[in-house]
Design a binder for this molecule. Structure first.
Ligand code: ZN
Length: 135
């Protein structure tokens, strides 16, 4: 499951993820941003570290692995660089099913995560795209 922020997968797909994990499937959550802008008082690296630690604890309790990419929260764009990061993660995990947010969400980070995963979903099978990680 791919979300924009460290807690999106938990909140939107946590129950489904737990069911898959209990059935014996390997489940990964991937946050495309580090969450460094998602708090009223904390911010920056301190917040990113806190949210990473929270994500790891949630992953442990859910029975899933949890990766967090180091892209800034609130600044996500559907760039080639981030698309390649997602292609690499999908290939490394050898995912059979990928869940992602809708590409018409109210929040730009959620919306662009949906666009990025949609774009990656085709390109993940093209060998000459991100060739350092075999399709
Ligand atoms: Zn979010």
């Amino acid at each position: 499951m791919i979300g924009a922020h460290p807690d999106d997968c938990d909140l939107k797909g946590g129950g489904t993820a737990i069911l898959y994990a209990k059935m014996g499937y390997a489940v990964k959550f991937l946050s495309v941003t580090n969450g460094d802008a998602g708090h009223q008082a904390m911010k920056g690296d301190a917040l990113a570290k806190r949210r990473y630690a929270e994500a790891q604890e949630a992953g442990k309790r859910f029975g899933v692995t949890y990766d967090v990419l180091d892209n800034h929260d609130g600044q996500l764009m559907p760039s080639l660089d981030v698309r390649l990061q997602i292609i690499k993660k999908i290939r490394e995990w050898d995912a059979d099913i990928v869940f992602a947010p809708r590409p018409n969400d109210y929040h730009p980070d959620h919306r662009y995560t949906g666009v990025l995963v949609q774009d990656a979903s085709y390109m993940v099978a093209v060998p000459d795209v991100a060739p350092e990680t075999p399709p």
